[in-house]
Design a protein around this ligand. Structure first.
Ligand code: NDP
Ligand code: KPL
Length: 310
């Protein structure tokens, strides 16, 4: 398959490299020092499942340089979605399908503002991966799963082709007939994990074993479930309790990409995570005090490490 990956970071770098290693025609769009390093030495992905090397020739600097693709994977941080979606408008043709592997529940609406509705499939991924240094992505742990699905059943046969491509590349992959619910289920869990690990600056093991933090984790997820249900998503009303039990099965050292970003002094996706729960809560008249507090205490870090002398 011809696959374009916009954003060659933790997520895009990992999944794109797996697909490339399986013989698919993968082109990455990268920028900055990461782009320069890939152009010089190729992209190296370090993974406990086996390292991967992508040749320098697979990278381009702009979306406009992409050749027609069957599937475009969007894997940039959420603040870059609008810009990427606008540029994709010029390269997506009749046969192209775009899957965002980003977190959050508003990404596909942003893509649809710039792309034909049929071109946008839903997606979510489960992985822990970061740009270790320019040109090098590190996959942490063995988790590496993609769930995706068209919003329109007519597209299911072509979606199966991408499923086959992922499976043949060794990616744990699932084709869902209810991708909106999948995206929301991931969102509920992620909002809980990212809010607590980032605010507490500790991994899930510490969060879940402290009685107060555990209740916070549950409440943050319960608020996300409530707003999701108000938005018409078929989430189980007890889903937060189910996810809390799931959190008990996670490796104690697991954190979240937002916690990692905070520790690195990077910008945070906070407005699209707890921030989205608050915004949607306002829209539907649902109180979201726990997510509001998370959004408030992390606000000084939203654009990167704050300057204490400011
Ligand atoms: N990392 C993880 O483990 C997980 C992340 N996610 C989600 O996946 C999404 C991507 O996250 P992650 O992989 O961590 O992000 P990264 O920051 O690691 O990678 C994104 C890359 O895309 C680049 N980029 C942004 N805009 C463009 C553009 N227009 N053209 C070319 N390159 C561009 C960024 O460059 P620059 O640095 O210059 O901005 C960066 O190199 C997020 O929504 C995140 O929440 C989901 C599951 C797990
Ligand atoms: C929870 C996790 C690691 C699962 O993929 C994630 O999506 C994130 O931290 O952004």
């Amino acid at each position: 398959m011809r696959i374009a990956v916009v954003g060659a970071g933790g997520v895009g770098g990992y999944f794109g490299a797996r697909l490339a290693a399986a013989g698919h025609e993968v082109t990455f769009v990268a920028r900055g020092r990461h782009l320069e390093a890939i152009r010089e030495r190729g992209l190296l992905v370090r993974s406990p499942l086996g390292d991967l090397k992508v040749p320098a020739a697979s990278v381009v600097a702009t979306i406009a340089e992409l050749e027609p693709a069957d599937v475009v994977l969007v894997a940039v941080k959420l603040w870059d979605t609008e810009d990427v979606a606008a540029q994709l408008g010029d390269v997506v043709d009749e046969g192209t399908r775009v899957i965002s592997l980003q977190n959050g529940v508003r990404k596909d609406a942003v893509l649809r503002r710039h792309l034909p509705t049929r071109a946008v499939w839903g997606g979510a991924c489960y992985i822990s991966a970061v740009i270790e240094e320019p040109g090098i992505v590190s996959h942490r742990g063995a988790m590496q799963k993609v769930v995706f699905g068209p919003y329109d059943d007519m597209d299911t046969p072509r979606a199966r082709d991408f499923l086959d491509a992922c499976v043949s590349a060794g990616i744990e992959a699932e084709l869902s007939s209810d991708i909106e619910r999948v995206i929301w289920e991931k969102f509920v869990f992620l909002v809980g994990l990212s809010a607590t690990t980032t605010a507490v600056r500790q991994p899930i093991g510490v969060v879940r074993s402290d009685v107060h933090c555990r209740e916070l984790l549950r409440d943050v997820m319960a608020e996300a479930v409530q707003v999701g249900r108000a938005a018409g998503v078929s989430l189980d009303p007890k889903f937060a309790d189910e996810r809390l039990a799931f959190c008990d099965t996670l490796p104690a050292a697991m954190t979240s990409s937002m916690h990692n970003d905070l520790m690195q002094g990077n910008r945070l996706e906070l407005p699209w995570l707890s921030g989205s729960v608050v915004t949607l809560g306002r829209e539907f008249g649902i109180a979201t005090p726990r997510n509001q507090t998370i959004a408030d205490v992390l606000a000084p870090y939203e654009l990167g490490r704050p300057d204490p002398d400011r």
